[in-house]
Design a protein around this ligand. Structure first.
Ligand code: GAR
Length: 220
């Protein structure tokens, strides 16, 4: 029997992506188990979600560390002690250092609420609105030394609607995050994901769900 992939999930906030991954592990559609939920924020809702599911948690408060490297070393130590094989950033609002990446080479993934390479960084739903983009979405990517620059595994697209606020757009994007993050993790668990430079190859390939989206729509 194949052993399920051991995940370490890092979250700073409410943890809806964490919840989806918990649910998919529990219903058996994700061939993974969560070895540790780690947060930098003692008030993160993610902590309660993990405790409810009997998943080990740890809070490592970045404010108690003098440098980013010191903080990352503590995080890496906790992940290694838990036997984590894949690090999943799920709303983790800290920048990862080289120390971290060297401990988990090509083994750190992130979800970002925009269609990278458009709108990296923070407040990205507002950025998409301010720009007048017709589409936004979400991206799961490997983490490299840049900010939201690593090779892209999977993306989902949503329309930006005329009455959108940052909150309504964020909610529409979040629904898709909950679909694509478990999918990305499952592809990795199945060892179907290979990095070739900037390209992420899925083997065997998995065709897109839709051919195209047009916004505003074509009129008949
Ligand atoms: C999600 O929208 C995620 O994409 C975003 O934080 C939110 C966390 O929601 N991540 C980033 O902006 C990373 N730079 P959640 O706590 O409900 O999963």
């Amino acid at each position: 029997m194949s052993r399920s992939l051991r995940l370490g999930i890092l979250a700073s906030g409410g943890g809806t992506n964490l919840q989806t991954i918990i649910d998919r592990c529990q219903d058996g559609s994700l061939d993974a188990s969560i070895a540790l939920v780690l947060t930098n924020n003692p008030d993160a809702g993610a902590l309660n979600r993990a405790r409810e599911a009997d998943i080990p948690t740890i809070c490592i408060n970045h404010r108690e560390y003098a440098t980013r490297e010191d903080f990352d070393q503590a995080v890496v130590g906790a992940l290694q002690a838990a036997g984590v094989e894949l690090v999943v950033l799920a709303g983790f609002m800290r920048i990862i250092t080289q120390t971290f990446l060297e401990a988990f080479p090509q083994r750190v993934i992130n979800i970002h609420p925009a269609l990278l390479p458009a709108f990296p960084g923070l407040h990205v739903q507002q950025q998409a609105l301010d720009y007048g983009a017709r589409f936004s979405g979400c991206t799961v990517h490997f983490v490299d030394s840049g900010v939201d620059t690593g090779p892209i595994i999977i993306q989902a697209v949503v329309p930006v609607l005329p009455d959108d606020t940052a909150d309504t757009l964020a909610a529409r994007i979040l629904e898709q995050e909950h679909r694509i993050y478990p999918r990305a993790i499952q592809l990795i668990a199945e060892k179907r994901v290979h990095i070739d430079g900037r390209q992420v190859l899925i083997d065997p390939p998995s065709p897109p769900t839709e051919e195209s989206l047009i916004n505003p729509g074509l009129e008949a």
